[in-house]
Design a protein around this ligand. Sequence first.
Ligand SMILES: [Zn+2]
Ligand SMILES: [Zn+2]
Length: 583
Amino acid sequence: MNDKEKLQNLRHTSSHLLAAAVMELYSDAKRTLGPAIENGFYYDFDFTEAVSENDLAKIEDKMHELLPKWTEFTHKTVSADEAKQMFAGNEYKHELIDDFASKGEDLTVYECGGFVDLCKGGHVDNPAEEIGAFKLMSVAGAYWRGDENNKMLTRIYGTAFSTQKELDDYLLMLEESKKRDHKLLGKTLDLFTFSDMVGGGLPLWTPKGTLMRNLLDDFVWELRSAKGFEKVEIPHVAKRELYETSGHWTKFADELFHITTREEHEFVMKPMNCPHHTQIFARFPHSYRDMPQRFANTTMVYRDEQSGELSGLSRVRSITQDDAHVFCREEQVHDEVVAIWSIIKDFYKGVGFEDLTISLSMHDPDNMEAYLGTEEQWQYSEGQLRDILEQEGAEFFEAPGEAAFYGPKIDFIGRDSLGREWQVATIQLDRFMPNRFGLHCINEEGEKEQIVMIHCAIMGSIERFMSVMIEHFGGAFPVWLSPVQVVVIPISEKHVDYADDTAAHLTEAGVRVEVDDKDETMGNKIRKAQELKVPYMLVVGDKEMENNTINVRTRDGDQRGEMDIDSFTNEIASKIVQKLLDL
Ligand SMILES: [Zn+2]
Ligand SMILES: [Zn+2]
């Protein structure tokens, strides 16, 4: 059992404990279901009285009181009738019992500390010892079985860990992530906006946000261009047939945006770029001497996400991918994968994610209908990626069931400043699309040879990547990425000209600079610049004018004092070029 499963079991066990405590305190409540979820657990109850967050402390106390007696789980299989007797008067459990029984599934009940629940298992052996810390987080309404025609139940959310320290760290992280929420910061920093008239999940990028997107994309391009990639451009719609051939038609069935032309032709907004790129490759026959061909294309794809699932930049309908496809021969796969990998390393160093975790995302042999191709083909491609990872001496873990439907992937996972993990870059090996589209080159023997396609995105979705960056840095981006790098603050009206001259000098050196000549106090101007996370503030007054200097402060309150304009300009320009993270 891995750590993740252990934590799941610990949290599911905690949901039993929660139910036990609730039943002691509210004897006429009816308990229903209590699974472990991503960051904790919940349990749904039908209470006869209103229960709110004010009651959580009392329930927690009861859980603490019960826990020492929870030292061992026992379980047994029971008949539907026996089970119904055990949960007499609880129509919710009866419904579940009937469901399980009608599917011919065994009914099991688990007991711990005298508390019995209908359950399929997945607990820790000794809760009293293993549940080191727990906390009830919130109360929400939830329809029985998620169906709005059913009764609204009360859901109590909690979380649990093996140690108090882990719980404390988690709570601290939650508090900090609230402050860093990209939806709030995006507004404060004026990076993007949404409009009801345009529609949900369709972010609009402001000048500052667009600048940042372009800086990131230019960086990716700079690294790609050095590895022989070439830019291509494609339309945002295509005929239905393109996606039927590629397999996306069935795979993305519900998420496709459809367009019917006035001549009744069926088009689709592109959900992916790969099919279009295959048609650029296929425009004329390629000799083996032309291989590999490397196409890079930053462009939007469209997915019809359900309104309820949309969230800030994390889940959108218009997704910008920094997409690229390498069309190469079998024997070129290794070098191409290694080249892309080095782009990924350099890029993530520049944006402050140094230690990427690597996952070999593979197919799930028990669910072959989700994939194109046969078991043997998958094992071959996965073996190839595994060999590359091993030969390069990488540490990686294998993730069955995480592959794309057309091929295995090397996925890169970054850990942000709050310790949260994000899947970032990806390299995907694909033999199916070349096969479906008949992509080949003419080899040394003058014969047709099927080629391999490598899909690779460095940022993936730029929208999602921006949300990660905003929260990772809490809006305080490295200088090279800050929309405004310097604010010049004249102390009074008579220093405005000097401030403008200073700004002009910096602009000439390629620095993004603004002059704050509003009629406000210096203190207010500094506070405003700090709120906007501008890296440097240059205050200029009589003394600075006289000495031809500036007074430098940073956004984290560091007062560097008086500096010569040229030395400051050189220093900041070199930080920008080197993409240094520190001020
Ligand atoms: Zn259980
Ligand atoms: Zn692709």
